[in-house]
Design a protein. Sequence first.
Length: 140
Amino acid sequence: MDTMGIIARDKRQLTLIYSSNTRVGKHTLSYLTGLDGKYLAIDLVKTKVSDTQWAEIAEALNTNIGDLVDTRELDLNTEDTAAFGPDDWIKIIQKNDFVISRPIAIKGERTKQISNPPEIMEFFETDSAAIDDRPPLDTE
């Protein structure tokens, strides 16, 4: 298994962190491959994201590491996880890629956890929205 280096924060490239063992992950990647744009897809099944990077991702999303985990996938309830700290959640993520059921999209300073696969298009629509559709002024 590869280990991912520093998280790329390039405004011209989208980074998708997903698990190919999840429905939303696979469908989000399908949408992404159909779009014109530069992207890096990181499948958690094949590539390990470092503990520090998970902390960075959670911070960028303004959430706790445990909030990235879909506890329904592990059949855990709130009482079971109440005493879990960041290190506990990271261990769970590292051993169970499928608990990241919502992929994470990173582009420039934007970071978002994707709930619905078509949401990935927002990252590319933002770029095209800045294009001026008006015809050029006639200077003659």
